[in-house]
Design a protein around this ligand. Structure first.
Ligand code: 9D3
Length: 233
């Protein structure tokens, strides 16, 4: 997969994309991620990418010109058509199911803004898929862009190396994680549950399943009707 990210803060995003699982996926050739600074496509000595809203009001609005030029230049650098994504608070909610859907594409173009909003003609002209990562206010789309890229990349075949398949993970079977323990057997008077020391793998599996269900029912009953988990069905 190829992922292009358009942002005003490539220096914030690039270190994330070169670290951890996403960085290793790039090294392994599973994905190629390129950050492009939208400001590189701004005109004039001031390199303006935003302006005041027609009709008045607070904040600045991202201009069409630099962003359209950036999208067209970046898309022309590779023949595969890109699925365009615009990170906005008004977007469709990002879920594991949407992550699976995006992981099935060969190319993504992720647009991150850092203003009160985008000129509406960006939506009308680029027809991007708009995505929000949740109901809280961020300072810009960069963190949301990193969230989307992270969740998508770890689903790509080979991204997790020798680790467990992403299908085994929480949210993919629709349940929260069961309680886990490591050494020592006793810590400040708290004991590791006897069953985990028993060596009886069938019984351990049964205990973990029961604990996962109990925990999910208590903390996230909404997950027990699992429309937000796993590949879309
Ligand atoms: C005045 C109304 N605000 C919208 C709720 C303005 C506004 C707030 C924050 C406009 C842009 C932003 C910056 N946020 C994002 O770019 C963003 C975001 C978010 O804030 N929350 C969850 N998902 C996302 S995706 C992009």
């Amino acid at each position: 997969m190829r992922i292009d990210v358009l942002t005003l803060f490539p220096e914030v995003m690039t270190p994330f994309f070169t670290s951890s699982i996403v960085g290793r996926a790039q090294t392994a050739g599973v994905v190629e991620i390129r950050c492009t600074n939208i400001r590189d496509f701004a005109k004039g000595v001031h390199q303006k990418v935003d302006d005041r809203p027609f009709g008045g009001g607070p904040g600045m609005v991202m201009m069409c010109g630099p962003l359209f030029d950036a999208v067209e230049a970046v898309e022309a650098s590779d023949s595969r058509p890109a699925t365009r994504i615009l990170l906005t608070p008004q977007g469709e909610r990002f879920t594991q199911s949407l992550a699976h859907e995006l992981a099935g594409q060969s190319r993504l173009l992720v647009i991150c803004g850092h203003y009160e909003g985008f000129d509406e003609r960006i939506r009308l002209g680029l027809k991007p898929r708009e995505i929000s990562i949740g109901d809280y206010v961020l300072s810009g789309g960069e963190v949301a862009g990193m969230v989307v890229v992270d969740a998508v990349v770890r689903l790509l075949p080979g991204a997790l190396g020798d680790e467990a398949s992403p299908l085994e993970e929480s949210f993919s079977d629709g349940l929260l994680e069961y309680p886990q323990y490591t050494r020592p057997r006793e810590f400040r008077g708290l004991q590791v549950p006897e069953v985990l020391l028993s060596g009886n793998h069938a019984q351990i599996e049964q205990w973990r399943q029961a604990e996962a269900i109990r925990r999910t029912q208590e903390r996230r009953p909404d997950l027990m009707k699992p429309e937000d988990s796993g590949p879309a069905r």
